[in-house]
Design a protein around this ligand. Sequence first.
Ligand code: G4P
Length: 548
Amino acid sequence: MLTADQSAAVDERTMAEVSRRRIFAIISHPDAGKTTLTEKILLYAGAIALAGAVRRKGQQRHARSDWMEMEQKRGISVTSTVLQFEYAGCCFNLLDTPGHQDFSEDTYRVLTAVDCAVMVLDAAKGVEPQTLKLFEVCRRLRLPVVTFINKMDLPGREPLQLLDDIERALGMTAAPRNWPIGAGHDFLGVYDIAAAQVLSFDRVARGERAAPVRIAGLDDPDLDLLLGERHARDLREATELLRGAVPAFDRERYLAGLQTPVFFGSALNNFGVEPFLAALAALAPPPAPRDSDRGPIDPLHHAFTGFVFKIQANMDPLHRDSMAFLRIVSGRFEKGMAVDHARLGRRLRLPRAHRVFAQERETTEEAFAGDVVGLVNPGIFILGDTVSDGLRVRFPPVPRFAPEHFARLRPSSVDKHKAFQNGLRQLEEEGAIQLLYEISAARREPILAAVGELQFDLVQSRLEREYRTPTTIERLSYRSAVWVQAPDPQAAIDWPMSGVLRARDREHRLVALCESRWVEERLAEKNPGLVLARIVDDQPIGENAERP
Ligand code: G4P
């Protein structure tokens, strides 16, 4: 429940608007059906008229590689950074997450901005490696997770086996909220456990429109006719079995991240999508308080506060601008309002704000805690920035992942030097890549530091396309980066002879690139007075290690 304890002055309308906000992201292993489910959710919410309006996947089939596909999708994955839609009296904000593991840092940042996650699993595959990774992030961020088991219309695993897989792989109980009727070609619909209702769907060509549904009770004399004798009997048996064999749904445990409610369905065929959306309206929590340097900030606090969780440049090739995406933590945003910019320590008028849906942008007049607005960013915002009005506050920095891949990058032609620098700076501000500079190098040549190798391809491709700067890349053999803190700045650091490259990051902090774990350990051994921090997600190594 929302409380207004910190916020006597919040007006009733703001309170009502904030209370109906629901902000979530969908996580999945590539191909499990995240895009399809997103589309179908929008279809059922009435936000699009025909599935396929958000993107046509067929056009991307011939993509040369995943990152190219990412690039092609950028138009969509970016413009759909936040999709806002109304359903059942709730105002949903659905934030997009990139699917490829090399962009996991991006995904992490997006997940810091949501209040719950939907996990899509492929019924034939269960929990896959990328699902597991993303789930770990949700766990760390203490996000409640709702599960949708997709592709029930294809041959897959048994429902009980899938629940068991979730429990074993993710270490939380899986409480089915519906039960599939039939499977594969014979998948007919779902049985809603709480309502004790049978929902039988009809297929619709290409799943473009809502699938007609017929609703019956278990004791309905027509059930045998509706489902066929065998399925009706199987369902009755299954419901008997369900009584004792599966965990009952427990809202508290779900909100605490100890249990996931599970829904079966087929996004492509629109089977079970609407009941899932209806359940999500009931399950997704309203905006949660967020920790700050002044304690948790309640979404109903009268002050306006928010933080930047994503920056994206050149979204619209015609405008060549950069956009900063702000999650509103508390209060109400108004067009043209003045705010305190915590990092810059000054007051400024917020630039034009947009609400973005599919390909269209719309100027935002107002928005509330639990919303995301896209601010046109003439270089004033970087990732993690806090803005506020009426309360000087700072939200914690958006954490960075430990880079594991390193390369030197050079413009192919010297006359492109300026465009090269500009482009790289922009990409670093977006968080697309980290830049390091070798200390003893004669020239200030950037070293790209990435979590996944595809980030290199992305940087090269974007420099070429958006800044007309072809580049050459030289991979380096280092495997990890540790941020070095000497309590005494004059203290000499005993560097191992080889296998270490000394560099500085953008904030001039000392970084050691190490060729192996062994080298890293030697560095620590030789310098017991140093604090070494390797950012593994948001867990630095070493006592008292600080986030770089
Ligand atoms: P992703 O975003 O998680 O990567 O998955 P996406 O929705 O793109 O779906 C991956 C593939 O799985 C797509 O097929 C999609 O049509 C298919 N799919 C999604 N949901 C279902 C479902 O419920 N049943 C079945 N049978 N298939 C499903 P594709 O061939 O890669 O693309 P397309 O040409 O069909 O669009």
